[in-house]
Design a protein around this ligand. Sequence first.
Ligand SMILES: NC(=O)c1ccc[n+]([C@@H]2O[C@H](COP(=O)([O-])OP(=O)(O)OC[C@H]3O[C@@H](n4cnc5c(N)ncnc54)[C@H](OP(=O)(O)O)[C@@H]3O)[C@@H](O)[C@H]2O)c1
Length: 339
Amino acid sequence: MSTSTITHNISQTAKNKGHRELRIGLFGFGVVGSGVVKILQQKREEFKRLFKTDVYVDRICVRDTEKKREALYPNDRITTNPIDLIEDESLDCIIEVIGGEFEARDIIIRSLRSRKHVITANKLLLSYDIEYLRQAAFRTGVQLLYAASVCGSVPVLRAIDELASSDTIRSIKGIVNGSTNFILTAMSQEGLCYEQACAEARRLGFLEADPSLDVSGADATQKLSVLIYHAFGAHVLPSDIKREGIEGVTADDFVRAREQKATIKLIARATCDPSGKIEASVAPEVVPLSHIFANTQNEFNALEIVADHAGPQLLYGKGAGSLPTASAVVSDLLELVKD
Ligand SMILES: NC(=O)c1ccc[n+]([C@@H]2O[C@H](COP(=O)([O-])OP(=O)(O)OC[C@H]3O[C@@H](n4cnc5c(N)ncnc54)[C@H](OP(=O)(O)O)[C@@H]3O)[C@@H](O)[C@H]2O)c1
C-alpha cells in the first residue's frame, strides 16, 4: 500500500550553499525523541553532502522544559505550547513521539491540515485511526510516515509494501513485542518464574512501570493491526484480534517445552485466505528450538512474511530502544528528502 502522493515540497529557501532544508518540529523529547536528536546531530553534515539537504530539528515541544534530557539541545528552542510548532509555517515536517491517543491525534491532524508532513511511531493511534489519518494526509497532499511504529528498527512495513505491490501476501507471523520477549527469554534461559523475569526486565529498562499493555498482548495486537493493513489492505481493529497475554505462562511450561526441544514465545499471526477472510491472533505458542523465533532473544523482533510467489521471507532486528527506533524515524525523514 503506497503512501499518499506528495505535493508539498520541502523548503527550497535555504539561504546559502544551494541546500534545500527539511525543518523539523519534534513533539516529545523522551526515549525516541532524544534518539532522533542525537542521530540527526551526528548525521547532519553527511546528509547535506549526500542529499544536498539540511535536515535538522528546529523546535521541540515537551510537557516540562525543566527536565534533564538525554541529548544536548538549545533550551530556547524548546516549548510547551503545541501551537508554536503547528502554526510555524517555516516547518516542513512534524515528528510525533509523545505516545498516547488523544493529544497525539490532535497534533497529527492539525499538522496535516497545516500542510506539514508527519512522522509518527504511535502504533496505538495508528491501530485505531490509520485509515482516517492516511486520508487526512492524502487530502492535503502531504506524507504520513510511520516506519518506527512496528518492530522499531526493522523495516517490516517497507518490506511488506514492496512485496504486496508485486505479489500476494498470505500470512505474517512473528515476535513483535520486545518487552514480553525479554521476559520469556529470561524465563527460558535462567529458569526464572514470571514475577522474577518481570522484575529483571523492569530493572534493565525493558518494562514500563505499568507493564499491562505489553504482558496482556495488547501492544502486539496494535502492531498486528498495522501490519495487517499493509499486508492485506484491510483495517482490523486490535479489539477484533484474538488475544492471550503471557501472564499465565509458568516456569513449569518451560520445563515441558524443553522436554519437547521447544520453547515458548508470544507470537502475533495473521492469515488471509483467497476469499479475503482474515484470521488474526496474539498468544504464547510452543516454538521448536530449531526455529529462528526460538533464537530471537531479549528485545529482538522477528517477522516471517509468506507470499504466493516469493514464498517465506524473514526480517530480524532490534524492535525497541532509543537509537533503533529513532533510526526508523530518520529513515522516514530520508523518504521525504529523496522523494
Ligand atoms: N521507546 C521505544 O522503544 C519505542 C519503540 C517503538 C515505538 N515507540 C513509540 O514512540 C512513542 C514515544 O515513546 P517514548 O518511549 O519515546 O516515550 P517517552 O520516553 O515517555 O517520551 C514521551 C515524550 O513526550 C513528551 N510529551 C508527552 N505528552 C506530551 C504533550 N501533550 N505535549 C508535548 N510533549 C509531550 C514528554 O515530555 P516530558 O519529557 O516533558 O514529560 C516526553 O518527552 C510512543 O508512541 C511509543 O509507543 C517507542
